[in-house]
Design a protein around this ligand. Sequence first.
Ligand SMILES: Cc1ncc(C[n+]2csc(CCOP(=O)(O)OP(=O)(O)O)c2C)c(N)n1
Ligand code: SF4
Length: 305
Amino acid sequence: MTEITVLEQEKMDAEVRLSPKDYKGKVDPDWCPGCGDFGVLTALKKASSELGLYPHEILVVSGIGCSSNLPGFLNTYGMHTLHGRPLAVATGAKLANHNLTVIATGGDGDGYGIGGNHFVHTARRNVDLTYLVMNNQIYGLTTGQISPTSSRGMKTKSTPFGSVEFPVNPITSAIMNGATFVARAYSSEGKHLVDLIKKGIRHRGFALIDIFSPCVTFNHENTHAFFKQRVLHLEDEGHDPSDWKTACEKAMIWGDEIYTGLFFENTERPSLDQLEPILEDGKPLAHRMLGLTKSQAKSILQMMT
Ligand SMILES: Cc1ncc(C[n+]2csc(CCOP(=O)(O)OP(=O)(O)O)c2C)c(N)n1
Ligand code: SF4
């Protein structure tokens, strides 16, 4: 019989003990009633409980936006950083403590606009974190301007005659730039989303989950009714996630039918922390002794204050 380690036993106990309520933060969400972001928050709590992760094992890092307020509503470690910068902070945190489950959250403006450069490089480096982008195809917090994923022709406050721009495709961009787990979901399909978040967290490498999360206040085109009529699941069609060409083709479809599910997965490529020689042996960097004398530590602290 295989011996169960203390850690494994703890995890098994945790699965019994921890419920989604245990991840609820002290502050209640201030989102508009009906905002798609509620579904993402609920799904993340459920996925964490089903994975048996303790709140102290999770760090959630966000940028700026309505969706980026999410870590504040959770009872885990959390950081609300600068607009478009959660992936840089999340990468640093993962390398400093590679035992942490690092999750980055934010909106389409945050992630694919101002943070687009960071998105490309985090995918390319295959940093082991899960990135949940609440894609409402608009800037919610700043009250309804077009975002990088807004559809061409969309009328907003900043485009009263309709947007002339072509939108970014997060799925094909992520695949082309080296992300090793690329999925899409719809925030009202809780079970499907929970399943993808669990798979994304378990995946060793950069996992993007682009989530349609309607802004009920400012986006009057991509509404819940819009997605309910159109969303299809790749799983129902027997899609093979190792087939990147078909993944890209399915990701380009936008109209009466829009695909969700796991488009692409590559389990072969090592993640950044697996390639870093200094992380090969021993504890995470955050738990290692610095090897400084008292006076060296003192002078560094003096320089920093
Ligand atoms: C450097 C910088 N530029 C602009 C802003 C203003 N700003 C705050 S949130 C935001 C857009 C948020 O949109 P998105 O990321 O799609 O999130 P949502 O609010 O829709 O969830 C902008 C432009 C800012 N805070 N910092
Ligand atoms: S403005 Fe839009 S994105 Fe922001 S909380 Fe309201 S519904 Fe959600």
